[in-house]
Write a protein that binds this ligand. Structure first.
Ligand code: PLP
Length: 369
């Protein structure tokens, strides 16, 4: 038997995550410049100047290991969120935290539940633990959150083997969201021994009445784990830093399986400084709101269907023309995200850009539509 044959079956069955095409790669392939990438839900405004200054200062101590306990970042988050620092677990991006949670609850006897069209990291981390995934059908297209999580269908999948449930609010790649009342009713109905992750990667972008403040529920539900990230509105995707908020007991378990130095010195410094810059967050949110409205109007005027979104992207149904539009835009230096690997081959996901980037996108799209 070869060494490859002895690798775990669940690992050999994994499909690697497909990221958005990097700008450098497109420009190298086509010999062009000035391209724009609206493919990975990155912040088109960059990151806070305070973060850049903090990175510069922290780079003087790069020969030293990072602070394994992320003391300053946890303190600052705890103050800001009104929680104890002991409830926070820092990850190398929030994907790292999703993986850590899976590792403390899932093995080959366990099951995890998530929705159809949910974030692709969920199947990845469930399968790599050897656990069984139960995938609930998404809401039908005639509902007001089309393709969104159907909490009733998810609840119906709970059984004796269920150990973990993933909920993205808002969800990527659909941009759909769940109201406080329906989400709280769901958490209430799930047996207390089952861990529930509410993934709030786009939390800071959401501007909707009725969107839940889940951190307020932590005291009532020790099985609730909320994850957030510095990759999206804070614009630090390249540094990899995110976090989980939970009861202190779960946080303690997460800290046992976590690599001791999973978040690096520059990431910790930049994230800590970012929390000081509310103006940057407000500017990013405002740019996003305007961009979402602009794109929605653009597609409405052309009779192109999209999924109403509260996040920093819009998922648009181009139907059979999808691949031609993706390729046609690439040739013109605009990168969007195809969703075939989400089983949504008729859709492209568009990250909201700066006004200039949006103008370029709409101009190039007009030539194709
Ligand atoms: C982008 C994203 C994340 C965050 O990824 P990081 O590892 O923090 O960069 C988590 N969940 C969802 C649903 C996302 O779209």
């Amino acid at each position: 038997m070869s060494v490859i044959e002895s690798a775990l079956a669940q690992v050999k069955l994994l499909h690697p995550y497909t990221p958005g095409k990097p700008v450098e790669e497109l420009e190298r392939d086509l010999g062009i410049s000035g391209s724009i990438k609206l493919a990975s839900n990155e912040n088109p405004l960059g990151c806070s100047d305070l973060a850049k200054q903090a990175i510069k200062a922290a780079s003087k101590n790069i020969e030293l290991y990072p602070d394994a306990n992320a003391y300053y970042l946890k303190q600052k988050l705890a103050d800001k969120l009104g929680l104890g620092a002991g409830q926070i677990t820092i990850g190398n991006g929030s994907n790292d935290v999703l993986d850590l949670v899976a590792r403390i609850f899932l093995d080959q006897h366990a099951e995890a539940i998530y929705s159809e069209f949910a974030f692709l990291v969920y199947p990845l981390v469930v399968q790599s633990c050897g656990a069984k995934a139960r995938v609930a059908n998404a809401l039908p297209t005639d509902r007001n959150q089309p393709y969104g999580h159907d909490l009733t269908a998810m609840l119906a999948m709970v059984n004796d083997k269920t150990r973990l449930i993933f909920i993205a609010n808002p969800n990527n790649p659909t941009g759909t969201w769940l109201q406080a009342t329906e989400l709280k009713d769901f958490i209430d109905a799930v047996p207390g021994q089952i861990a529930i992750i509410v993934d709030e990667a786009y939390f800071e972008y959401v501007d909707q009445d009725g969107y839940p403040d889940t951190l307020k529920w932590l005291a009532e539900y020790p099985n609730l784990i909320v994850t957030r990230t510095f990759s999206k509105i804070y614009g630090l995707a390249g540094l990899r830093v995110g976090y989980a908020v939970s009861c202190t007991e779960i946080s303690d378990l997460l800290n046992r399986v976590r690599q001791p130095f999973n978040a690096n010195t520059l990431a910790l410094a930049a994230a800590t400084a970012s929390l000081e810059d509310d103006d940057f967050v407000v500017a990013s949110r405002n740019n996003n709101q305007l961009g979402l409205v602009q794109l929605a109007k653009y597609f409405d005027a052309r009779g192109v269907e999209y999924i109403p979104s509260v996040a920093n992207f819009l998922t648009v149904r181009f139907g059979k023309r999808c691949d031609d539009i993706y390729q046609g835009l690439l040739q013109q230096g605009v990168i969007l995200r195809p969703l075939a690997n989400y089983n949504m081959p008729e859709f492209l996901r568009i990250t909201i850009g700066t006004p200039q980037q949006q103008a370029v996108l709409m101009d190039r799209l007009d030539k194709l539509l």
